[in-house]
Structures are given as C-alpha cells and as structure tokens.
Design a binder for this molecule. Structure first.
Ligand SMILES: *Cc1c(COP(=O)(O)O)cnc(C)c1O
Length: 340
C-alpha cells in the first residue's frame, strides 16, 4: 500500500499558504515582512508555524524524530484533519469501535463522511476481524482508542497489529491515556506501519488540558500534508512557550500517584453496595456499572461531586465513568457512595 494514493486529490495538489515566516527563517533582523505591530509586548510577532523548537523537545521526550511529529490544537485538530485529508465527503467512510470517544463520530459528521461503528466484544475486547468485515473499498480510516475511553482498557496488541497488517487504509490509534497504562506506545512502530497514525495529548497525564495541545506521530509523508492543511499558526505563542517550559518538568510522580489511587478505587469500589461491576482500567478513570445511574449521578451532584453519566451510550448501559482525583477527592467519593 502506498499512502500517497490515499490522499484526496484536492489535498495531493494543494499549494499551502506561505507565511512570512516561511519565506525568511533567520533569527534576528528588522521584521518588516508580516505587517505586525513593531512594538514588543511579548505577543506582537506571529508564532513559528512549524513549532520547530517545541518539536525538538517532544522528539527527545518521546524518542521520535521531529519530522514524524504533528502538533495540533488539542487532539481534535488531527482528528478533524485526517478526515479532511483522506476522506472524500459522501464517498469514503470511516470504521470505529464502539463504545469509544465521541469526537471521531462528530468529526465524521461535520465532514459529511459515513461513520460505521462496530461494537467491542465482551469486556470491551477488540475483535479486529469484525472491523475488517465492516470495511469496504471506500473505507479510508479506522479509529481505535487504547486505553479506550470510556471503558478504560487497553486493546489487545495482536488485534491492533492484525488490523495494521490487513486494512488497506489509515489506522488512527488514539493513545490519550497511554501514560497510565503499563504498555509500550505504538508510536515506536510508525516506521514499521506506514498506515499508522498514533494520537497522544498533553491534556491528561501532563495536566495541560487548558493549553490545548495534541500530538500525532506518523511518517513524514503524512506529517508534511497535515502541515499544509492545518491553519498556519495553529499553536499560539503563549502555548508554545508555556508547553516548552512545562515539558522540562516530567510528571512521573503525579502519574504514579494517580495509578496508586486508581488501584485504591479498584479495590474499594467493588465493596460499595450500589455498584454492580467495576471494569478494569489502564487509564486515569474507572467505568462502573450501578443499579440507578441517573439517581446516583444526581446524588453525587448534590454533594458537589461531578462524574460522567455514560449510561445512555450503547454498550455502557448503567455505567458511570469516574475520573481518578486527588486522594482526598477519591476518599470523599467512596464515602458518599458507601452512604447510599
Ligand atoms: C481526553 C481525550 C483526548 C484529548 O483531547 P484533547 O483535544 O487533546 O484535549 C483525546 N482522545 C481521547 C480518547 C480522550 O479521552
């Protein structure tokens, strides 16, 4: 398979907007090229459209060459971009697991691309053959999420590999929660599988959701096209600067604490009377099945604790999703639930 054949024709032939900063790339000088206000206030200049310095840092942390890194305004941006790059509206389709993260479907709908959902097997296990069966010659994208949201489990590696080997399109693997899982990232396999796009984010383990920074790891042929299709200045000056500083302070101890707290909750929750099932988690949240999801959700709200009611989603009937908080927040959650 040649990924070049998968690009939409309008994208293949796209000549991107050339920014002033593309034409002159030196460091110092008198900038009279971009119609900026010349008076320095820290923000008067346009940001680096290619985020070179940030990519260098991320490259070191993730052990992935910079030309294989795309930086987006949250994960939302690369999710939207893959539809715009690979799917001809009303012709091509995408296949995804269900239940999973809602943005894959929303982005399909806004791009007018058919979205096919394949229910996961029991205990939310991936059956790659079912996804292959649901795809046809117009399927350009398969969306996977591992650890999966909202179920919390890692997808089985051999099933993901089977899809990579047998699907003739792009496999998008969302690893938003990989730092909480005891598994190696698939980002280390992008050179082996040219049709693999791995998504990660700084919104969860890195604690930077408010800054909006998503990552895609993918071979250079595709990052180059993503770079041409994105808004030229998609990551602003302030975000680039703060993220660059934050990346110097790894979150190992916070992540370990969150995992310890998840284990504490996994032990405590099965003893709670109103809880019928606790699904095993490789993430920083736990899916639980309860007898009265809406009732319990409302009681928690009245106590000032907000959880996610996922009970209306197919495959998550009766389920609430509980994010792991601080030790004190988790104790309070268990205390309220035990009082029901
Ligand atoms: C939270 C989450 C993200 C993160 O999205 P951002 O736009 O980067 O904040 C991505 N994928 C999944 C599955 C998530 O749960």
């Amino acid at each position: 398979m040649n990924v070049k054949d998968l690009f939409r024709s309008n994208i293949k032939n796209l000549s991107p907007y050339s920014t002033a900063r593309d034409e002159y790339t030196g460091d110092i000088g008198i900038y009279l090229d971009a119609n900026e206000n010349p008076y320095d206030n820290g923000y008067n200049r346009y940001p680096d459209p290619h985020q070179k310095s940030l990519k260098g840092k991320i490259s070191g942390i993730k052990n992935i060459p910079a030309d294989r890194i795309f930086i987006g305004n949250g994960s939302d941006e690369p999710i939207d971009l893959v539809y715009r790059i690979f799917c001809e509206p009303r012709i091509h389709n995408a296949v995804s697991i269900a239940p999973t993260y809602g943005m894959y479907k929303v982005a399909a709908q806004t791009n007018d691309v058919e979205f096919r959902e394949v229910m996961l097997d029991g205990d939310y296990r991936l059956n790659s053959q079912k996804l292959l069966d649901a795809s046809d010659e117009n399927t350009r994208l398969v969306f996977l999420c591992s650890p999966n949201n909202p179920s919390g489990n890692l997808l089985e590696k051999s099933e993901v590999i089977n899809l990579l080997n047998n699907f003739n399109g792009i496999v998008v693997l969302d690893e938003a929660y990989i730092d909480f899982a005891g598994a190696e990232s698939f980002s280390l396999l992008i050179d082996e599988y040219p049709n693999l796009i791995v998504l990660q984010t700084l919104s969860k383990a890195w604690g930077l959701a408010g800054l909006r920074l998503g990552l895609a790891f993918v071979q250079p042929e595709i990052t180059a096209v993503m770079g041409r299709v994105k808004y030229p200045y998609n990551i602003n000056v302030v975000t680039q600067k703060i993220i660059s500083d934050e990346l110097d302070a790894p979150r190992h101890s916070q992540i370990e604490e969150i995992i310890r707290q998840r284990r504490m909750l996994e032990e405590a929750l099965p003893g709670v009377a109103v809880i019928e099932k606790v699904y095993p988690s490789d993430a920083n949240f736990i899916l639980v099945k309860v007898d009265d999801p809406r009732g319990i959700y409302n009681i928690l709200i009245n106590e000032g604790v907000i959880v996610r009611d996922r009970s209306k989603i197919r495959g998550c009937e009766g389920c609430l999703r509980l994010t792991v908080g601080t030790p004190e927040e988790n104790r309070r959650l268990i205390e309220i639930l035990n009082g029901l």
